[in-house]
Design a protein around this ligand. Structure first.
Ligand SMILES: C[S@@+](CC[C@H](N)C(=O)[O-])C[C@H]1O[C@@H](n2cnc3c(N)ncnc32)[C@H](O)[C@@H]1O
Length: 287
């Protein structure tokens, strides 16, 4: 994203007018308008002040997405930050929809690709994306090492629009970035691109008063709000639940022991049985 777009997007997310932002910075609103229209760039000495006013970072203002930058750094190391063992949910998915044919899997926020590669090795046709360039590059290397073909690309879940239907949509450890107001819209969009009897398998970190925030949260995560306990399930009230659980577990990511609470859902889309069938006369009959 260009600097002007970032400024405009963040300003609107904070509910500020151009004039209000200008007042915070002690400049004219025309200057803000010129930045947003890409007619001029903000002066470098203004950047830290502007970043603070927009509750973001200078990196993000310059188009290096904060969330990607922090994950990029995590993924720069030689090893695999999240390990190479597939998420246990992958096995649950396999039991419900075994790869008797190359069912189409979408892995959103695939990180370094451990789950995408696992699915591909099992015979699924996998598409996977992440906002982190480093993550995608590492995932491509892991796929090559395992001699599987996966359609990997860099994308932000907020802008991503599926270009085809999927049998399985999976996302682990990523959806907590989605602000509450955008959650229903995201799930509605994904549901439209899900084949009949298709599966969604998702997990989200949820808030519990007795669990402290994780010590290795990224700046982006610190800004966001965790999900309400049980909230994920409400978006799928009209689907068949195969698994629906909440668990507290120990985690050592970043080298500091801490706890998380996570809700996990595996739900399946079922075609609705028609309540009424069209009839030749004026009466609809129940079937
Ligand atoms: C906790 S990691 C999980 C990675 C992977 N799913 C796994 O379990 O190994 C979260 C991932 O979400 C990605 N992510 C964060 N915000 C994102 C966004 N807006 N769009 C796409 N991916 C995002 C991060 O880059 C990171 O790789």
């Amino acid at each position: 994203m260009k600097t002007g777009e970032v400024i405009s997007k963040r300003r609107k997310e904070l509910g500020l007018t151009q004039r209000q932002l200008a007042d915070l910075l002690g400049i004219s609103f025309q200057a803000v308008s010129k930045w947003e229209n890409e007619r001029v760039y903000p002066d470098v000495v203004m950047l830290p002040k502007l970043a603070a006013a927009l509750d973001t970072t200078v990196d993000a203002l310059l188009g290096y997405s904060g969330k990607a930058a922090e994950y990029d750094r995590k993924y720069e190391a030689e090893g695999y930050y999240w390990g190479l063992k597939p998420n246990p949910v992958c096995y649950d998915i396999m039991k419900i929809m075994p790869p008797i044919k190359p069912y189409r899997v979408l892995d959103m926020g695939c990180g370094e690709g451990k789950d995408a590669v696992f699915f591909a090795k099992c015979g699924y046709a996998v598409t996977a994306f992440d906002v982190s360039e480093q993550g995608i590059e590492k995932a491509k290397r892991l796929a090559a090492h395992n001699q599987v073909n996966i359609r990997f690309f860099k994308a932000d879940i907020f802008d991503y629009r599926p270009d085809t239907d999927y049998d399985i949509i999976f996302s682990s450890g990523t959806l907590h970035f989605v602000p509450e107001v955008q959650r229903k819209e995201l799930f509605d969009r994904l549901k439209v691109h899900t084949a009949d009897k298709g599966i969604h398998a998702m997990n989200v970190f949820v808030e519990k008063p007795f669990i402290d925030p994780a010590p290795d949260l990224t700046q982006e995560e610190k800004k966001g709000k965790l999900w309400r306990s049980g909230e994920l399930f409400t978006y799928y009230h009209d689907w068949l639940f195969h698994a629906c659980k909440e668990e507290v577990f120990d985690c050592n990511s970043g080298g500091i022991p801490h706890k998380h609470c996570m809700d996990t859902l595996i739900a399946q889309r079922r075609a609705c049985s028609p309540l009424s069938a069209p009839s030749s006369g004026s009466h609809a009959s129940l079937s």
